[in-house]
Design a protein around this ligand. Structure first.
Ligand code: NAP
Length: 342
């Protein structure tokens, strides 16, 4: 049973003032069964429960996270708390038939219609609260893709629509077809390119900006300094140029101001990083929900506490130059990010 004595984090409305209420911080569930090395399923499940007690109500997954494994892992938690949570999943990153170790972007209408039914089945639900296009297939007009997504809303399979990694013009074109409740993009002290075009478009449309990898995939917490030296063989971060070799060594030095703020405030580096993302809501005038990922109860406590922190103008100024000095791209294969966003 959910503990009702724990103080809960503040809330915001997903996709505008009439949208559903969600905690201002969500939980990224990807690492619970995919991408970041071995996991302890029992501790991950306990983390989901503790998150909910803390008021973290939006749970983020995707069909691509372990070919449905992550959705299947979430199903018992979802069944236990269906009416208390906002469930978000995604389609579009398909297995490449020519090489099953690789991904391709697929926005084909028939594929989307099959994906939603597969996600509903794996998650054990009748409806997905927020359904995202994970990546845009540039060969298909976004209006057509969103048109198919809108059919899913009309069919009662989906409540709200989201887009991940889109550009400002793509968001505006999509919004003309159907309201877009959320745009999910990487946003952190290390990744701020969306501030030029995407963030203003999101503010203009009234969507919520769901900030993924707000902890820079853990690097901003100081929990690892070099992916190839410290992370297991199958950890996705070993493929990310900014976390390996000389780049990682250089990027580690960029954490000095984060350490300085953390030390002065008596908080952790991760809390500084999360507070910075959260504060961008006020800076840019939009609703922001960071979705840090963790599989551990101690860390969900720490991360949720950051939702209450407010950084001073001096602290923000100290942190401001970091992103401009980061070396190495977000992904090794930038074809899997939206063209024109960077
Ligand atoms: N739309 C997209 O294309 C896209 C791409 C990537 C991710 N996402 C979504 O965004 C979510 C979050 O992103 P992410 O998981 O890539 O990156 P993240 O949230 O920036 O970082 C997650 C990493 O930080 C560690 N961590 C979390 N809290 C910590 C703390 N307090 N102290 C030290 N380490 C901590 C986690 O380890 P432990 O788990 O061991 O605690 C994990 O390795 C994902 O789960 C996924 O749902 C979406």
């Amino acid at each position: 049973m959910t503990d009702t004595t724990t103080p809960r984090i503040p809330t915001t409305r997903l996709g505008g003032p009439t949208g559903p209420e969600v905690g201002v911080q969500g939980l990224g569930c990807m690492g619970m069964s995919f991408a970041y090395g071995p996991t302890d399923a029992g501790e991950a499940r306990a983390t989901l429960e503790r998150a909910l007690e803390l008021g973290v109500t939006m749970y983020d997954t995707a069909d691509a996270y372990g070919d449905g494994d992550n959705e299947r892992f979430l199903a018992p938690f979802v069944a236990a708390h269906r009416d208390e949570i906002t469930l978000a999943t995604k389609f579009a990153l398909a297995i490449d038939p020519a090489d099953t170790t690789k991904r391709i972007i697929n926005n084909d209408p028939a594929y989307i219609r099959a994906c939603i039914d597969d996600s509903l089945r794996r998650l054990g639900v009748d409806v997905i609260d927020l359904y995202y296009m994970h990546r845009r297939d540039v060969n298909i007009p976004i209006e057509e893709t969103v048109g198919v997504m809108a059919e899913l809303v009309a069919a009662g399979k989906v409540k709200q629509l989201g887009l991940s990694e889109v550009t400002g013009p793509e968001l505006r074109a999509a919004q003309a077809v159907h309201p877009i409740a959320a745009v999910q993009s990487e946003w952190s002290l290390f990744s701020r390119d969306i501030e030029a075009g995407v963030v203003p478009a999101v503010a203009e449309t009234g969507a919520t900006l769901v900030a993924y990898s707000p902890l820079g995939r853990g690097f901003l917490t100081g929990s690892f300094a070099s992916a190839e030296k410290e992370l297991t063989e199958n950890d996705f971060r070993r493929q990310q140029p900014r976390f390996t070799g000389d780049n990682a060594q250089h990027n580690g030095t960029l954490l000095d101001p984060v350490r300085e703020v953390a030390r002065a405030r008596g908080i952790t580096l991760g809390q500084v990083a999360l507070a910075w993302v959260q504060q961008q809501a006020k800076v840019h005038g939009l609703s922001v929900v960071p979705i840090p990922g963790t599989r551990r109860r101690t860390r969900i406590e720490e991360n949720a506490a950051a939702a209450q922190l407010v950084l001073t103008a001096e602290e923000l100024a100290l942190l401001d130059p970091i992103a401009g000095q980061v070396r190495g791209g977000r992904y090794a294969d930038m074809r899997l990010t939206s063209a024109g966003r960077e």
